[in-house]
Write a protein that binds this ligand. Sequence first.
Ligand code: HEC
Length: 180
Amino acid sequence: MSDHDHDFPKTTVTQFVLALLGGLFAPGLVIFMIIKMVLGIQATHIPDSDAAVAASKVIERIQPVGEVAVADANAGPHVDKPGEQVVKETCSACHGSGALGSPKIGDKGAWGPRITQGYDTLVKHAVAGIRQMPARGGNAELTDTEVAGAVAYMANQGGANFKAPAPKTEAAPAAEPAKK
Ligand code: HEC
């Protein structure tokens, strides 16, 4: 009698094994995923919770801006940009379209009377500004030589034949040790 009680039918055994596997495996999988998720969250959050690391990340983010300043101050001599580049980057904002009544690039009618003033006067006006024309085209970082190069580039497109000064490479006295 008692023997008969323990004689489970085959299907019940199979169901039991499946239920056992499912019961062990499914929670195991869930626990594994939770652990992975927590580790993942920790991996992304621990560095940020450290103030020093967070600060260094901020420095990293603003690096491109900083690099320009560093390059200007310390990283060797300043090299003047060619006039064409200065015009493209700064002057064409107005002179490209003739905005604010500026002589438009390539417009010989507009540049003719300006050119008759002479190169030096035009450069002086471009450096110091004149009426609606801001000093150095509003870009204070441009050197006199860069502005002069830009003036020559624009005026020459308007019929002039000015020769821009050679781009200067500013001497960096401290950078090169005296040779003995
Ligand atoms: C914000 C607009 C603006 C920008 C940017 C600008 N200009 Fe001008 N520029 C003007 C205007 C407006 C005039 C006309 C001024 C006038 O004669 O009343 C002018 C005139 C000039 C003249 C003629 C000056 C004269 O005596 O007839 C030169 C040369 C000149 N600009 C050079 C430059 C150069 C070089 C740059 C770039 C480094 C530049 N400009 C950027 C607005 C601009």
